[in-house]
Ligand binder design. Structure first.
Ligand SMILES: [Zn+2]
Length: 105
């Protein structure tokens, strides 16, 4: 996937993550890079598949920030971290909520 200008910024925990909608390579529809604090989503996606892919990558960011990667995690802790961060993401990013609603119509 080729880099372009940032399309959206989403705050997850302490991080501002740049979201880029760019044509994919058919291999993956999206990815999250911790080092660059960026998410890339295949711009050919639409509607529910587009929203699903962005949420998927946001969950990867939450997973990394919630330190869920480091060791085998119990389901309850994983779900608790995801729910807490998702609450924060929705609270701090009203533009994301509007974007989701628009794309799910
Ligand atoms: Zn994934």
């Amino acid at each position: 996937m080729k880099q372009t200008e940032v399309d959206m910024v989403i705050r997850v925990g302490p991080m501002d993550i740049g979201v880029f909608f760019i044509p994919g390579d058919n291999d993956t529809f999206g990815d999250f890079t911790y080092l660059k604090t960026q998410i890339r989503v295949d711009s050919r996606l639409e509607g529910a598949a587009l929203v699903d892919t962005l949420l998927h990558e946001i969950f990867h960011a939450i997973w990394a920030m919630g330190q869920l990667k480091s060791k085998a995690q119990k389901e309850e802790r994983a779900v608790a971290v995801m729910a807490t961060y998702m609450t924060q993401v929705m609270r701090d990013n009203p533009h994301l909520m509007k974007w989701i609603t628009k794309n799910l119509k």
